[in-house]
Design a binder for this molecule. Structure first.
Ligand code: ADP
Ligand code: MG
Length: 363
């Protein structure tokens, strides 16, 4: 057994350039044995490129990837002992479930008896009935095919499992079911999993740690809870959660509280958060904004959009003082009392509620 805190994969200062485009920019991520890490970022952020470099389909322009301590840049994919599941699961459609799952074992020239046993075990792990073994995969539902794809990727007990948006072709209900299944399979196998997604909910609900990437660069690497509670950058605050960003300048400090001017309005923030700064971005989450309540920061606003969702109501409200739309989620006991478009309301939040960042755009 390996020490559970051992680094099994190290992405070390890796950059990938395509001509003048820097798809991955000096990324360092140590991945611990047995952890479920999610690489989260918008489309084009460089997620697939990073995964392809781990798998060996692409070579870093600079930097190195280590697997079990050995540099792998010159190792072909088949020597890396990695399981892969992509968005389109690329099963062999005319083969049976068993033939699909047995394929990587046959490539490794394993004994027929071992193959039979391993296929049976992995079918049980992914919760497919054993009598499905002889069905052609194209007779299975989307969710069942996804289970076969997972089974085929893990049947030979790889060092590492790479998942590139594996759930994105499934419908919402199935996606949620498979999320829970992946978490269970991870717990039962203790496999090291590197999972790529652009879906923040998927990342928050499954990962031990999340690496947020944007424009090829690593913005934050932390537990899901820490990423949500303390986003490092305005990008992370905006991408994870439902957030309004307000750009302003520090106008004054009075004791513990500083005043930030945002257009024609002011926002009170903790003085410690603006120490030494002049231009700042204040990020405020939708669930931190209260409707028609008395807060440290209170503004008249007009309802622009309403979405009643049963246990909560989401609003976009226009705040003239900022000339900006603020998002809010009303989860209060009377959230069923829904305002209409065009209604005048007040919105607000308390001094400690938002996040404050240096404004990198105005040097
Ligand atoms: P993601 O998976 O996060 O959506 P990708 O890693 O696929 O992002 O792409 C990152 C950037 O690199 C994009 O701008 C994409 O167009 C570019 N890119 C990806 N693969 C290639 C390639 N083979 N040749 C040129 N540019 C590429
Ligand atoms: Mg991709």
């Amino acid at each position: 057994m390996t020490d559970s805190s051992e680094t099994v994969v190290r992405i070390d200062g890796v950059t990938k350039e395509y001509g003048t485009l820097r798809a991955v920019d000096d990324v360092t991520i140590p991945i611990t044995d047995g952890e479920f890490i999610t690489i989260l970022g918008p489309s084009g952020a460089g997620k697939t490129t990073l995964l392809h470099m781990i798998a060996g389909f692409q070579k870093p322009t600079s930097g190195e990837i280590y697997i079990d301590g050995r540099p792998v840049s010159d190792e072909p994919p088949y020597e890396r002992d990695i399981g892969l599941v992509f968005q389109s699961h690329a099963l062999f459609p005319h083969m049976t479930v068993k033939e699909n799952i047995a394929f990587p074992l046959k490539m490794r020239r394993e004994h027929t008896d071992d193959i039979d046993r391993k296929v049976e075990d992995v079918l049980e792990l992914v919760r497919l009935p054993v009598d499905y073994a002889d069905k052609p995969v194209d007779e299975l539902s989307g969710g069942q095919q996804q289970r076969v794809a997972f089974a085929r990727a893990i049947v030979y007990e790889p060092t590492l499992l790479l998942l590139d948006e594996p759930l994105s072709s499934l419908d919402k209900k199935l996606r949620e079911e498979m999320r829970a299944e992946l978490t269970r399979i991870h717990e039962e196998t203790e496999l090291t999993i590197v999972h790529v997604t652009h879906n923040q909910t998927e990342a928050l609900s499954m990962a031990d740690r999340i690496a947020v990437i944007n424009g090829g660069g690593l913005e934050q690497l932390d537990s899901a809870q820490d990423i949500y509670a303390s986003p490092n950058t305005p990008f992370v605050a905006d991408f994870i959660g439902n957030t309004t960003l307000l750009s302003g300048s520090v106008a004054g400090v009075d004791g513990d509280v500083a005043t930030v001017s945002v257009a024609d309005g002011t926002v009170r923030v903790p003085a410690a958060t603006v120490d030494g700064l002049s231009d700042v971005v204040v990020a405020i989450r939708a669930e931190q904004v209260a409707l028609d309540a008395d807060c440290d920061n209170t503004y008249p606003a007009t309802v622009e959009q309403v979405s009643f969702e049963g246990d909560r109501t989401q609003y976009h409200v226009f705040v003239p003082a900022f000339g900006e739309t603020v998002r809010l989620i009303d989860q209060s006991a009377d959230a069923r009392v829904v305002h209409d478009r065009g209604d005048s309301v007040t919105v607000g939040w308390n001094v400690g509620d938002g996040f404050v960042y240096p404004d990198e755009d105005d040097e």
